[in-house]
Design a binder for this molecule. Structure first.
Ligand code: XMP
Length: 305
């Protein structure tokens, strides 16, 4: 474990030195990694940094408002509403890697526009150690690593947390007094709800996934999982009232982990699972079934795609 105080001091110094008088941008996702990197960088260079939050429509319920509140102190914050453009870019795509790619590409377009507007020479990223090793291998193309720097012509990329594990990032976030909600938040993938929807991403599936993820986070937070989620995995028959329906199947997953590289499915009690089931099926008449995923990683991954 790194010494948090000296890490923060060194990181600020490194950022200020590297960027000098130039302008920089950082993409905020609402997660603890980018939030912490943004807070570090803003402390180091102030409004020379433009934090950009792209509302992809694939984010958690209430995420945009949360960002607006948490980063209200940064005058240079930009929030881009790109929901419709992302849905268009994802239309007809069913392959998981193609999906990630389409999201990454659209993200770059949105981000590039702002980077040009503010004349940014530097890109700050909240990349952490596990992101790097997973990207170097062939496990998965994380859209927040690779891609961006190759397309946008930045003079430099600053990754102050490149050697940290997730639990170390959380310590740094707490030390920086980031909102408890952000610091303690479960990790959320860059491509967002898109990797919690099997097959094509549609507005309807997104609505189901968003609400179900909200229920799962609310109900499981006190069980302190490393990550808990809901995924829309298909359709099945059910009965609602007097009618047979062909409704959505939602899988619930809750895992314990240190860094996401391996994980154990959490032993969640029956009453909690039933409460989750009843809220998800009750709040959305198009959901026919809720399943609990008991698979560890490996062999399963944490996300569904
Ligand atoms: P998997 O599903 O690979 O997830 O077991 C491990 C951790 O990584 C997150 N994850 C992603 N994060 N872009 C991200 O930024 C991605 O494409 C992506 N895929 C998975 C996942 O939420 C978990 O914390």
């Amino acid at each position: 474990m790194v010494d948090v105080d000296s890490f923060i001091a060194d990181a600020r110094e490194e950022i200020a030195e590297e960027i000098g008088d130039a302008n920089a941008v950082i993409a905020l996702s609402g997660g603890v990694d980018s939030s912490t990197a943004a807070a570090l960088a803003y402390d180091a260079i102030g409004d020379q940094l433009t934090p950009v939050y792209v509302d992809t429509g694939l984010m958690r319920k209430g995420e945009t408002d949360q960002i607006r509140e948490t980063f209200a102190y940064m005058d240079s914050l930009q929030i881009i509403d790109a929901k419709d453009r992302f849905l268009d870019a994802l239309e007809g795509i069913t392959d998981p890697e193609e999906k990630r790619h389409a999201i990454g590409e659209q993200f770059i377009r949105e981000f590039e526009t702002v980077a040009r507007e503010v004349d940014a020479d530097y890109l700050v990223q909240g990349t952490i150690y596990p992101d790097r090793i997973e990207s170097e291998g062939t496990i998965k193309s994380h859209h927040n690593v690779g891609g961006l720097p190759e397309v946008v012509d930045f003079e430099g990329i600053v990754e102050p947390m490149r050697d940290l594990y997730k639990d170390e990032v959380r310590e740094v976030a707490r030390e920086l007094d980031l909102d408890e909600i952000v610091a303690e938040r479960m990790p959320f993938p860059g491509p967002g709800l898109a990797v919690r929807i099997l097959g094509e991403v549609t507005e309807e599936k997104l609505g189901v996934a968003r609400e179900a993820n909200h229920v799962v986070e609310e109900e499981l937070i006190e069980h302190e999982p490393w990550q808990a989620l809901a995924a829309v995995i298909g359709k099945a028959t059910g009965v609602k009232g007097d009618n047979r329906v062909h409704g959505w199947v939602v899988a619930v997953r809750s895992v314990e982990s240190r860094d996401g590289m391996t994980a154990r499915a959490q032993n969640v009690d029956w009453d909690t699972l039933q409460r989750i089931q009843s809220r998800i099926t009750g709040e959305n008449e198009n959901v026919a079934r809720v399943l609990y995923d008991v698979t560890h990683k490996p062999p399963a991954t944490i996300e569904y795609e």
